[in-house]
Design a protein around this ligand. Structure first.
Ligand code: ZN
Length: 309
């Protein structure tokens, strides 16, 4: 089975750094931050990097005890925090798993079991809360010589300077549309041109993607159709047979606005630029997470669209 860093395509800059560190693991800095757009290979590269650094032969041999337990997701020296839970400081005396105090009291002080290093991967560093961050700073300043941290984040500005100043930042970039197509085809992953240089960046089932897309495309230039489209959004919020599992209304709206942007950019409407600006505003406000804001934003957006088409 192949699990090599050179499977990550279109990220030459990041690979240059990583190859250097693999050739001399003592040079790996205490904290690496992989930053750049979603779904372009940050996590895939981090995992492959860890696999090879931890390998007893330093090659990702697929045979040694380290490689085997890595592939079984049971490597004692590879600690990957969960994807979508806040990283908290944890209880003083009895810290829960995957909190900072748990890491510091129950893991960091001990030597690695199988490998020369222990790697700690936080796949979404924006989830580290303030209190946890302050507690973590100490470990980043003076990490045990056998421990290294990897943080992943889309926008580096989301992290405070106290963190970034202690790290080597490794930039990732959007992939070319051509590369997205070829990677998606090879791995049988659904893709659309407007995914914008990322490999399937949504948790949305492809059936739902196609349906949302065609609903939007057929409605954008007619105000009666736009009224129907707005009504449909509320129906879909409660009833979404194409997307039964993990339905997320914000993600739906995010994708919906991408479809609008894609369709209006291709249209010949004379107010196209103002329309696009209104959709960008909508998209930006979506993530403010104020209760009840969604409905207000949707009606404001449709009010604008109907007046502009
Ligand atoms: Zn190995």
């Amino acid at each position: 089975m192949s699990f090599k860093i050179d499977e990550i395509l279109g990220q030459e800059t990041a690979l240059n750094y990583i190859e250097k560190y693999i050739s001399d693991i003592e040079k790996i800095p205490p904290l690496l931050i992989f930053h750049g757009p979603n779904s372009v290979g940050k996590l895939s590269l981090a995992e492959r990097f860890a696999y090879q650094v931890l390998c007893e032969n330093g090659t990702g041999c697929n045979i040694c005890g380290s490689c085997k337990s890595f592939m079984n997701h049971s490597h004692p020296d590879f600690i990957q925090f969960p994807f979508s839970t806040k990283v908290a400081i944890g209880d003083d005396k009895n810290p829960e798993e995957f909190t900072i105090r748990w890491l510091q009291n129950k893991r960091l002080n001990y030597k690695p079991h199988l490998s020369k290093k222990r790697l700690i991967l936080i796949p979404d560093a924006s989830l580290i809360n303030d209190e946890a961050e302050s507690a973590l700073l100490k470990s980043l300043e003076e990490p045990p010589s056998h421990t290294r941290f990897i943080f992943i984040i889309d926008d580096i500005k989301k992290l405070r300077q106290t963190i970034t100043s202690r790290a080597v930042l490794i930039p990732f970039q959007s992939l070319s549309i051509k590369l997205v197509k070829s990677i998606s085809e090879k791995n049988e992953i659904y893709s659309e041109d407007f995914f914008g240089g990322s490999i399937f960046p949504y948790e949305i089932p492809p059936e739902a993607i196609q349906m949302i897309r065609s609903k939007v495309e057929s409605s954008i230039s007619d105000s009666i159709e736009l009224i129907k489209l707005e009504e449909w959004i509320y129906v879909y919020k409660n009833n979404h047979p194409e997307w039964e599992e993990d339905f997320d209304f914000t993600e739906f709206l995010e994708f919906f606005s991408i479809c609008l942007i894609n369709s209006y950019s291709k249209s010949e409407l004379k107010n196209k630029d103002i329309i696009l600006e209104k959709i960008f505003e909508f998209k930006k406000d979506l993530h403010k997470k104020i209760p009840g804001l969604d409905n207000f934003l949707i009606s404001e957006l449709f009010f604008n669209l109907m007046n502009l088409v």
